[in-house]
Design a protein. Structure first.
Lengths: 449, 211
């Protein structure tokens, strides 16, 4: 499987090296991800507090953050954002097995009708063979399927379309994520766990203007070891972080670095009980961290930590320009199986009524396959909403293969901003008007019971 | 280079990579003139920036992870043994060279947060692993007091500047760790471990991560 240039650092590197004239322009006019609006200079000139308040630091002291986390009550409801990177092919995830146009548009990629589980509400449709766990969740009424979510005049750039989804608007200049703006309105100034990224760096949907949010590589892996220190000193090693973080500094950048070290110590203390996660259910066995991150998240929620919103990336590479069947099946299998395990974990912990997960991708694939056993960037894409309280039905309807747009792409049957507004209002109980620009113009699908 | 705004753009970009505050108008004009009169050569411009007092006296910058790592390797006179490992750790620290949206890495305002700090910690551990002192074989001149141990750890890194507050925090921590050893023999062993630990802590200290 190969993906396009935007997804291939190696391709860019080698092309630049061979051309000998510097790196190519990756994409003219591409938007910066939410949270990157502050350049390094701005970051320094405006003081560390502003930048670090976006990415997990704050102006508050370690003690204030400790108290903030300790005093924050676990929210009644938690929303998890899960990103399928690259633009997942919606008409493979839920495929119109009996539509003659499907076989015509996908002469080599069409999945045989008998390969996938029948979609109960529409006998023409099938679940991808690797998406059996999603079929299970749908059968239990715990999954809403969005087979053609998108927006009009879809941008087919990974950067731009992903940015739109991350900020909750078709605005290339917006610098805060939609979940970050939500936290700005309902969050507290001293709880960096209220918005948690599990991908090792801040996820742009969580980028806020003032509410501190945390970024964590995994709930169970936040440890600090050093070579040649032995068990005796290793046990004390992390005690050095608190005094390093608490020492005074007059230089703004040094003070900011100290605050981060202090927050590392604070976060590490919060997560100590989760180093060896004992999940009540079995997660898929994988070398990838995705299943264990979900297991860790369930443990964090089970421990009552004050987490409101979470953002992370799913397993898999969905930018399937070539050899799509193998790549899609691999990503979809582990992602779907892990999601089912996560749901079972939440149920076992008594948390299933408190957590809803939104699965999204920046666009779908073109209806007609290309000459490389793959598909190119399209428009409407696939989405899911998973949880006990979800209305388990199809949202927006299946896209028509007989009514493609002028580029041969699927037309959306649900707008992603309407989905966000519905989750904000129906799940989080918050007026979407303050979070989603022009929210009143988007119809809200019924997502939550 | 034909664009009339090219010299000012380049000067601003290059200056911002080294100095945390913008140049005053006079400095900016001087730098642009150096660049243009040198027939658009980078080296004279870079030399002028590197000689400017603000580089040394101005506010600090957060070191990008690549610069942080290069500094460690340069101080030790070692090279990259395994580029693949480095690339993975660099990503954990928040920087993937040549990865969009800019060729310098992902986002230079995100160099430090609770996740990327751990990446820097791992980078330092990776650099230090082959050079770790053996606690089982302390050298004859192995010190066992916090002050000399910190001094040796700083010397190991080529004596980077650390603030008195950071030095005091590290000495205090070392004293507490050494106190765990109750016999002379144990203290000799633990002192080696503490020295290894101080190397690690210096490399991820707020002072070393900024410059």
């Amino acid at each position: 499987m190969s993906c396009c240039d935007e997804f291939s650092r190696a391709t860019l590197f080698h092309r630049a090296a061979s051309a000998g004239r510097g790196l190519p322009g990756i994409e003219p006019g591409m938007p910066e991800p939410a949270g990157t609006g502050l350049s390094r200079r701005t970051f320094l000139l405006r003081g560390a507090g502003v930048a670090l308040s976006v990415y997990g630091a704050s102006k508050l002291s370690l003690r204030a953050l400790d108290e903030g986390v300790a005093q924050a009550a676990p929210p009644e409801r938690v929303l998890v954002s899960l990103y399928l990177a690259g633009g997942a092919d919606t008409i493979s995830v839920l495929y119109p097995a009996l539509d003659p146009a499907y076989a015509r548009l996908r002469p080599t990629l069409a999945i045989p009708p008998a390969a996938g589980a029948t979609f109960p509400d529409d006998p023409r449709m099938r679940w991808h063979p690797a998406a059996g766990s999603l079929a299970t969740l749908y059968g239990e009424g715990k999954l809403a399927a969005l087979p053609a979510v998108g927006y009009t005049n879809a941008d087919q750039s990974h950067f731009t379309s992903r940015h739109y989804y991350e900020v909750g608007a078709t605005d290339a200049h917006l610098r805060t994520g939609w979940l970050g703006r939500y936290l700005d309105l309902v969050g507290t100034p001293d709880n960096p766990l209220q918005g948690l990224s599990l991908d090792g760096a801040l996820a742009p949907p969580l980028a806020s203007a003032k509410a501190p949010v945390g970024a964590l590589s995994s709930a169970g892996g936040y440890t600090f070891a050093a070579p040649g220190v032995g068990s005796t000193v290793a046990g004390r090693l992390q005690e050095a972080l608190a005094p390093l973080g608490a020492a005074p500094a007059t230089d703004a950048t040094l003070a900011a670095a100290r605050r981060v070290v202090a927050q590392v110590d604070s976060l590490r203390d919060s997560l100590v009980p989760f180093r060896s996660i004992a999940s009540p259910v079995a997660y898929p066995d994988s070398r990838d961290a995705f299943p264990s991150r979900l297991a860790g998240l369930a443990a964090l929620l089970g421990a009552g930590l004050p987490i409101r919103v979470v953002a992370m990336r799913a397993y898999g590479q969905y930018d399937t320009h070539s050899d799509q069947p193998e790549a899609l099946a691999s990503g979809l299998q582990l992602t779907a199986d892990s999601l089912l395990a996560f749901q079972r974990d939440l149920e076992a912990r008594g948390l299933a009524d408190r957590v809803v997960t939104l699965v999204w991708s920046e666009f779908g694939r073109r209806a007609r396959e290309n000459a490389s056993r793959g598909t190119d960037h399209g428009a409407a894409g696939v989405g899911f909403v998973v949880g006990n309280r979800v209305v388990g039905q199809v949202v927006g309807g299946f896209p028509s293969l007989a009514d493609l747009d002028e580029l041969g792409n699927l037309k959306p049957t649900a707008d992603f901003r309407g989905v966000y507004a519905a989750l904000l209002e129906q799940w989080l109980g918050f007026d979407a008007g303050g979070v989603i620009p022009d929210a009143s113009s988007f119809a809200r699908p019924a997502l939550i019971r | 280079v034909e664009n009339p705004k090219h010299p000012s753009f380049l000067v601003g970009k290059l200056w911002g990579s080294f100095v945390a505050v913008p140049p005053d108008a006079s400095t900016e004009r001087t730098l642009e003139r150096i660049y243009v009169q040198s027939r658009y050569r980078i080296r004279p411009l870079l030399e002028a920036i590197l000689r400017h007092p603000l580089l040394y006296e101005g506010p600090r910058l957060v070191k990008p992870p690549v610069v942080h790592t290069a500094g460690m390797l340069r101080a030790l006179g070692t090279g990259l043994v395994n580029g693949e490992v480095w690339a993975g750790l660099g990503q954990a620290a928040g920087q993937r060279l040549f990865y969009p949206p800019d060729v310098g890495g992902w986002d230079d305002s995100r160099w430090l947060d609770t996740a990327t700090f751990r990446g820097r910690w791992q980078l330092a551990a990776q650099v230090l692993t082959p050079l770790a002192l053996s606690p089982g074989a302390p050298a004859a001149d192995q010190p066992s007091d916090p002050g000399p141990l910190l001094d040796r750890a700083l010397a190991f890194w080529g004596r980077p500047t650390v603030t008195p507050e950071t030095a005091a925090a590290l000495r205090g921590w070392a004293a507490a760790a050494l106190a765990d050893a109750t016999t002379t023999a144990a203290r000799r062993q633990v002192s080696v471990m503490v020295e290894n630990a101080l190397r690690q802590l210096v490399a991820v200290s707020p002072d070393y991560m900024t410059a």
